[in-house]
Design a protein around this ligand. Structure first.
Ligand code: GTP
Ligand code: ZN
Length: 225
């Protein structure tokens, strides 16, 4: 990728650029390789890991694994590293004059812990109060999914979601709570299957205790259809 394209890609990240505290630490040459080139390199690396573990890579069941893992990293679970994949969040005028809080709750979240590369599985809950603009509901789920598809820590993921929606909706009044299980805690190490991690970020009026508790009350509602 030439320098101009690279700068544009970094610019497209908005606040989300290389080096800010809340952002995923990316090298400045992060977008130099194409997906195909990345898959070819990762395939060799996975092959080496399996080889080192003593696995027989000529076995029918194992021989495709390096390619499968490489494709899964680049095209699926880490695909949100590329700014080109950031969802376009269509916004509309708030012509309904809906001025209360909107909550999108129980958004399914699959991410990957950046310390162990093990799954993080949970739910994200988002709220905002319109400042004249509304966003398509599904775009909130898509924004969660985009930032989740990176090696992550839950704190950063929570902040990234809020910052993105604040930018899209042109308001500080956005909040996010995430409740998730980290398989690095549940299935290895301390092996505590029952614990989960809750993180939150409250922007604008959500810093106000009443607004915050209204949001927290909504996300505790049980939805059964
Ligand atoms: N703050 C934070 N920590 C996380 C997250 N995901 C995993 N971790 C923790 O990252 C820490 C990494 O600690 P290390 O001591 O380097 O790793 P480790 O030796 O494998 O630690 P154990 O899991 O305790 O066996 C662990 O305590 C993980 O539980 C996250 O989203 N946020
Ligand atoms: Zn971990």
């Amino acid at each position: 990728m030439d320098l101009e394209k690279q700068l544009k890609a970094i610019e497209a990240l908005g606040d989300d650029h290389v080096g800010t505290a809340s952002d995923t630490p990316l090298r400045s040459d992060a977008f130099d390789l194409s997906d195909i080139e990345k898959i070819a390199l990762i395939k060799k690396d996975v092959h080496n890991i399996m080889q080192t573990l003593g696995l027989d890579l000529t076995d029918d069941s194992l021989k495709g694994t390096p390619t499968r893992v490489a494709k899964m990293f680049v095209q699926e679970i880490f695909s949100g590293l590329h700014p080109d994949r950031k969802p376009k969040a269509s916004t509309f005028d708030n012509k309904y004059k809906y001025n209360e809080m909107l909550v999108e709750k129980n958004i399914t979240l699959y991410s990957t812990c950046e310390h162990h590369l093990l799954p993080i599985v949970g739910k994200a809950h988002i709220a905002y109060i319109s400042n004249g603009t509304v966003v398509g509901l599904s775009k909130m789920n898509r924004i969660v999914d985009y930032y989740a598809k990176r090696p992550q820590v839950q704190e950063r993921l929570t902040i990234q979601i809020v910052k993105e929606l604040q930018q899209v909706l042109n308001t500080e009044d956005v909040a996010c709570v995430i409740d998730a299980k980290h398989l690095c805690v549940n299935s290895r190490g301390i092996r505590d299957i029952d614990s989960s991690t809750v993180t939150s970020e409250f922007g604008g009026v959500f810093k106000n205790p009443e607004t915050r508790s209204e949001f927290l009350d909504y996300i505790q509602l049980t939805t059964e259809f």
